[in-house]
Design a protein around this ligand. Structure first.
Ligand SMILES: [Zn+2]
Length: 455
């Protein structure tokens, strides 16, 4: 499976399903958190899924012919929405060392130049499997290591095979000069042929933008706008990069197609500029804290009306892709910053991980809440586990106590990707073995090591 030959058409790869999938099923007698303002929470309720969409949500639904799924003891909620993850870096899990020369940036920029296209495939397979296992149904794959068209193809192929919903944002090769443009011809080719890559609409395309770093990077953005693509950019992450958002605003480079990542060192004027432009923000508390960028300021963004999504960023720093922990961190950071037990409720944190994240990616009309007509991206969390008993208030429980191991079932676009706590569509052992082999080979090729690490 790991060998990468000539590009395999994604439509063929999609048919490799290991488990027969019902086209219609109904989850019975669950506690349903719709995350929709009007529908609210529904105890002892059902969710009817048909042809990839949510057909109905309510009590004692009539669904003749639908395969029943027992929801007793389960919390059913929208799939968790992840908004910025350098998927290729998942092979570098916990590889950021303890000294300046072995920190995240030298590590990823050095080892990243030794990647092969197959490493992109293996990393994306691992990341997608971890995402689904953790209850994440959408990822934003911020790909800043496109070293050739085959690198992008390999990454996309893995995402399609995994069956996850994703935006693939096309970027430059890691370590490239800011004066070098990204492969704009390949970006345009992908956009033109996107239906061959979109996996039935699950995958979308965007630009992983370096910001206004050079004439070349500005041309990248102009071309992406011409192609009608959404744009994502890191800004104001380092204390020394404060003022970056002001510069973007001044150059008229903020708009509703743009997602700004981190945005930690933002002044009130910059927050206002983000809000006025309609830009969204993605924050990644575990990497922002681990690398010492600073504290995410979600409450400030939300108070200004900015859509905010939560993110993994890179397992090289975050270690894992636990969105429950990420929601919990954000709630705790906001309460800690405000010295106020009640600054951010668990419900608000859960919104950030579901409907808020979906809105921040421009997908609020199709995913992020359990509303009839939306695509069926949902998860079932099993409360009959030692870390979730007793069942008190479901939103608090999900944000404060739940872990990926509690995710019993994951559905993306009506397809069941995890059931009974096990991934249904992929061979986890093979994925882990392939990742280990790819990392060992990368380690050997790059010679990258640090004193604290064995081998
Ligand atoms: Zn990032």
């Amino acid at each position: 499976m790991g060998a990468l030959g000539a590009a395999v058409p994604l439509r063929l790869a999609r048919s490799q399903a290991r488990v027969t999938q019902p086209t219609e099923f109904v989850i019975r007698n669950a506690y349903v958190l719709t995350m929709d303002g009007a529908l609210g929470d529904l105890p002892n309720a059902d969710v009817h899924v048909r042809n990839g969409a949510i057909a109905a949500v309510g009590r004692a639904l009539q669904a003749p012919g639908a395969e029943p799924i027992d929801g007793a003891g389960m919390l059913v909620l929208p799939g968790l929405v992840e908004t910025h993850w350098h998927i290729w870096g998942t092979l570098l899990r916990s590889l950021s060392g303890d000294r300046q020369e072995h920190g995240y940036f030298p590590t990823s920029r050095t080892v990243g130049t030794f990647y092969t296209a197959n490493d992109m495939y293996v990393a994306a397979r691992l990341a997608a499997a971890e995402a689904v296992n953790s209850g994440i149904t959408f990822v934003h794959d911020w790909c800043h290591n496109v070293r050739s068209p085959e690198f992008a193809e390999s990454d996309l192929r893995a995402l399609a095979e995994a069956g996850i919903r994703a935006r693939f944002s096309y970027g430059s090769p890691t370590g490239a000069s800011n004066d070098a443009p990204i492969d704009l011809a390949d970006l345009a080719r992908l956009q033109t042929r996107w239906k061959d890559y979109a996996n039935g609409g699950l995958l979308t395309l965007g630009l992983a933008w370096r910001g206004a770093a050079s004439e070349a990077s500005l041309r990248d953005r102009t071309r992406a706008v011409e192609l009608g693509l959404p744009i994502s950019v890191h800004a104001n992450n380092f204390k020394t990069s404060a003022g970056g958002i002001a510069a973007l605003a001044k150059a008229n480079l903020l708009d509703s197609r743009t997602q700004v990542i981190h945005a930690i060192w933002s002044t009130p004027e910059e927050i206002r500029a983000l809000a006025d432009s309609g830009s969204s923000v993605s924050v990644s508390p575990y990497t922002e804290l681990r690398i010492g960028f600073g504290m995410p300021i979600v409450a400030d963004f939300r108070a200004a009306g900015i859509e905010v999504g939560l993110s993994v960023d890179t397992p090289a720093l975050s270690g894992n892709a636990d969105m429950f922990a990420i929601m919990k961190a954000i709630q705790n950071i906001e309460n800690g910053r405000a010295t106020d037990e009640f600054k951010m409720t668990a419900r608000r944190a859960l919104e950030l991980g579901t409907i808020g994240g979906a809105r921040s990616m421009g997908l609020g009309d199709s995913i992020g809440s359990l509303v009839p007509g939306k695509r069926a991206d949902l998860i079932m969390v099993n409360t009959r586990m030692v870390n979730l008993a007793v069942v008190s208030e479901p939103a608090h429980l999900l944000v404060e106590a739940a872990q990926p191991a509690n995710v019993d079932t994951v559905v993306v676009d009506g397809k069941i990707l995890k059931r009974g706590g096990a991934l249904t569509q992929v061979d986890v052992g093979a994925i882990v073995d392939e990742a280990a082999a790819a990392y060992a080979a990368l380690h050997k090729r790059s010679g990258w090591t640090w004193p604290e690490s064995p081998g």
